[in-house]
Design a protein around this ligand. Structure first.
Ligand code: KMT
Ligand code: NI
Length: 178
């Protein structure tokens, strides 16, 4: 299953796990409550996978491309990784399917703590429009991911604070911090 946990607040290398001690795990159910959905698929057959096709059809994920995040192949690697790790939101869902390698997605909990989600090969995740989040490689420094989108893709990020958008306010209204 997917592993997720509340992060410590140390400023050390973002590629480290940053678990609390003792570890404070976050369940799929908790992720669901903040609008984060997960599927596990067989990434070896992503180019012809009926399960993936069904999800894409059901969810309306009409667009897809593939991004390989590693120093040797991604133009402006350092700059992009820096941007990905800035806390931001989008006005559409962010949908990512890890085809190879691994990486972390950090999302804000309902009470504004950081939850780190360890994504590996075969993990597909959707982050809802309006959620603050960020992305980092882990110490393996490599991941290959499919980016999915409903309709024509919009890659615009709004760094925090970005609380005036209606999409953000709708999302906040759906949360329950307790
Ligand atoms: C984003 O908007 O946070 C990203 O696109 C992260 C990198 S894609 C694996
Ligand atoms: Ni994003």
């Amino acid at each position: 299953p997917l592993e997720a946990w509340y992060m410590d607040s140390s400023d050390e290398d973002q590629r480290l796990p940053h678990k609390l001690s003792p570890n404070q795990p976050v369940s799929l159910d908790e992720l669901k409550k903040i609008g984060v959905l997960h599927w596990k698929l067989n990434a070896d057959i992503y180019e012809n996978d009926p399960e993936l096709e069904k999800i894409r059809k059901d969810q309306g994920y009409s667009f897809s491309d593939v991004i390989t995040i590693q120093k040797e192949t991604l133009p402006n690697y350092e700059e992009k990784l820096k941007m990905f790790f800035e806390e931001h939101l989008h006005l559409d869902d962010e949908i990512r399917y890890i085809l190879d390698g691994q990486a972390y997605f950090d999302v804000r909990s309902a009470c504004n703590g950081w939850i780190r989600i360890a994504m590996g090969k075969g993990d597909l995740i959707t982050l809802p429009a309006g959620i603050y989040h960020r992305f980092t490689l882990d110490q393996t420094n490599y991941t290959k991911a499919m980016r999915l989108f409903v309709g024509e893709p919009v890659w615009i990020s709004y760094n925090r604070p970005a609380d005036d958008f209606e999409k953000r306010q709708q999302y906040v209204a759906s949360l329950q911090c307790s």
